[in-house]
Design a binder for this molecule. Structure first.
Ligand SMILES: Cc1cc2nc3c(=O)[nH]c(=O)nc-3n(C[C@H](O)[C@H](O)[C@H](O)COP(=O)(O)OP(=O)(O)OC[C@H]3O[C@@H](n4cnc5c(N)ncnc54)[C@H](O)[C@@H]3O)c2cc1C
Length: 624
């Protein structure tokens, strides 16, 4: 393999690297995937779960685009829940508890099944350049590989430093080495870096947990797939359990504060605000006498449990003493302690929307190294970097998703135009068009693009065509056909809503909050048997159609707004504008425009600190 020429080298087989390598290979590129440890591909470094609020939408988008994180989530699922069911469908988010080892094993299997991917277990310590163009990598074992494109996805491993109390360990994840050398080399080429930190809780031996003292949290009866393909679903589920900290636990934890690397000044980097350590929670929410904790099973064939909510880098003894004061964990035995890790990231404003670096041609960055946190955010970037790398070497245009097309579009646009000052995770509130970006319609939004790119396989195409046909059939039927009082009134009465006096369109009845598409389908089933022609319709598709009817007004409004804002994206900004001379722009506005140099007015409008009046000044200056 040495000195062999590849189209693309992907460095690191984490969530970003696996998606990047897989999609590039599906698109026909010859890919080398180099990773430190092939037994830890797509390893879940923290909690064994995929999806959740906004993240579930991202996985469905990855799947709709031909990525495979969704398929592998389905294959390794041990529990499913649809979060936010009680709220509007714009924020419904699927979440799966996964078997950690199975998740990794299924990823490895999928990668090995693709003949376009070569695997090599080693650590890259140097990138090769010809002038400012990347052309390959070198490894610590002295191997030397050439490629047209390199995608760097080294996660939390760049200059990784772990902490447990006063103990410091160099490494990228517990018991794994760090990646050393790349940041220093890249800084010589003008790439800036910073430090971030994250942390994880202890893992416990389930045989020593008293679950009877905890509240059980079961999965939903109605399990939904993350993938639009007909993946295998679990026929049973495992439960999670809920317990709480208490004053005694807090007292034990506080005893270790002097040796806390977070609070004695050892760790200076910024951590994820929305996944705080238990010590941070005690300080930030000092008035609370308890914090909720979840015991999450790690898989079908292990007794290990993940203690969600108890992330800590306090000394080992402190963690143990506090743990034993928690209800149900009085005799708990730890398999592994909690720890924190600091690592290098590269501020993502140095990237184009394609995730190629602005300074260095054909070098792409994806995943945690771009200042994000989370498997889903990493996988999405990996997918997009992989697609864009192939587009680049094929002489095709960049593949960029708009903010109104996908959470993935919001994610990348936020990263490259606004930058990050803390680990970035996705939330529904970051998307301005969230009624368009629902988890139920990701395939209708994105699979046509996957078909065009060549990332959708035949099965995906067939399923998509079939779902499109059924959707159109039902939209037509419900919009055009009427339902009589005789057919509808029993059901309407039962649902506690007004009966009808004359025939009305099915669509009209669906606007009523009490009436679901399943109610109407039951009526269609008894009155128009021919309609079904022996077909059965999947619940998730029916639900998606119901949402389209019920939220039609909101959907149209968001589409109009997106079109309006989209026009700002077509107005390019001349790179030579001397912002400092435009005194009508606010001081912060001028500073940010100079710093980020947006390419379009749309980009400028999305930079935090740039006001609508700053945009008006720019429009006037540009004669528009
Ligand atoms: C302790 C800890 C706690 C975390 N807590 C949270 C949390 O609370 N919430 C959350 O959302 N996320 C958390 N994460 C982050 C989550 O794990 C990452 O967001 C996600 O794994 C990033 O995916 P990635 O593909 O970018 O990198 P990773 O999953 O880190 O994968 C990087 C891969 O690259 C390989 N690699 C690295 N350097 C080299 C090299 N030089 N040569 C070859 N291979 C290399 C590694 O072996 C690894 O396989 C945590 C991570 C850690 C380590």
């Amino acid at each position: 393999m040495e000195n062999e020429n590849y189209d693309i080298i992907v460095v690191g087989a984490g969530h970003a690297g696996c998606e990047a390598a897989h999609v590039a290979a599906v698109m026909g590129a010859k890919v080398l995937l180099i990773t430190m440890d092939m037994t830890k591909m797509a390893q879940m470094s923290c909690n064994p779960a995929m999806g959740g609020i906004a993240k579930g939408q991202i996985i469905k988008e990855i799947d709709a685009l031909g990525g495979i994180s969704g398929i592998i989530t389905d294959l390794s699922m041990i529990q499913f829940r649809m979060l936010n069911r009680s709220k509007g469908p714009a924020v419904w988010s699927p979440r799966a508890q996964c078997d950690r080892m199975l998740y990794s094993a299924e990823w490895r299997k999928a990668i090995e099944l693709n003949n376009n991917i070569h695997l090599w277990q080693d650590s890259v310590n140097e990138l090769k350049f010809e002038n400012d163009r990347v052309c390959g990598v070198r490894t610590i074992m002295g191997a030397d590989f050439n490629a047209q494109v390199v995608i760097l996805t080294t996660g939390t491993f760049e200059s990784g430093l772990m902490h447990v109390g006063k103990v410091k360990m160099i490494g990228g994840r517990i018991s794994e080495p760090a990646s050393l050398g790349i940041t220093k080399q890249l800084s010589g080429y003008g790439i800036q870096s910073g430090r971030m930190k994250t942390g994880t809780p202890a893992r416990l031996d389930g045989r020593t947990i008293n679950f009877k003292l905890m509240d059980e949290q079961q999965g939903d009866d109605d399990i939904r797939r993350f993938s639009y393909l007909e993946t295998r679903m679990p026929d049973k589920q495992l439960s999670c359990f809920i317990t709480y900290t208490n004053e005694e636990v807090h007292e034990e934890l506080r005893k270790g504060f002097n040796d806390s690397p977070l609070y004695n000044g050892t760790i200076k980097s910024i951590g994820p605000r929305y996944c705080p350590s238990i010590e941070t929670k005690l300080i930030t929410f000092g008035d609370r006498d308890k914090h909720q904790l979840f015991l999450e099973p790690e898989g079908w064939s292990t007794t290990e449990y993940y203690l969600n909510g108890f992330s800590s880098s306090l000394p080992l003894n402190t963690q143990y003493a506090a743990l034993r004061k928690i209800k149900g964990l009085e005799n708990a035995v730890m398999f592994r302690p909690g720890y924190a890790i600091e690592y290098d990231y590269y501020p993502p404003v140095q990237l184009k929307h394609s995730l190629e670096t602005k300074q260095l041609t054909n070098l792409f960055f994806a995943g945690q190294i771009n200042g994000t946190t989370g498997y889903e955010e990493a996988a999405a970037q990996g997918l997009m970097a992989g697609i864009n790398a192939v587009q680049k070497i094929s002489g095709k245009p960049d593949f960029i998703l708009g903010r109104d097309e996908a959470y993935i579009g919001v994610l990348i646009d936020d990263l490259v135009t606004k930058g990050v000052d803390e680990p970035y995770r996705m939330f529904t509130s970051r998307a301005e068009y969230r009624i368009l970006l629902r988890q139920d319609n990701a395939d209708f939004r994105l699979t046509p693009k996957a078909i065009e790119l060549g990332t959708a396989n035949d099965e995906r195409k067939r399923r998509f065509m079939e779902r499109t046909r059924i959707r159109q059939k039902l939209l037509k039927q419900f919009n055009e056909e009427g339902i009589s009082p005789f057919e509808a009134n029993n059901m309407l009465k039962e649902k506690g809503t007004n009966e009808i006096r004359q025939k009305v369109k099915y669509a009209e009845l669906l606007l009523r909050p009490q009436v679901t598409i399943f109610d109407l389908m039951n009526i269609v089933r008894s009155t128009n048997a021919d309609f079904f022609e022996g077909e059965s319709y999947e619940n998730d598709l029916l639900e998606a159609i119901e949402i389209e009817f019920k939220y039609k007004g909101y959907i149209q409004r968001e589409k109009l707004l997106a079109e309006k804002m989209g026009r700002l994206d077509t107005i390019r900004i001349d790179n030579g504008i001397a912002y400092d001379s435009l005194h009508s722009i606010s001081t912060e506005g001028r500073f940010k425009l100079n710093k980020y140099k947006p390419q379009t007015l749309g980009e400028a409008a999305r930079i935090s600190g740039i006001s609508p009046s700053d945009i008006n000044v720019l429009l006037l200056y540009m004669g528009r």
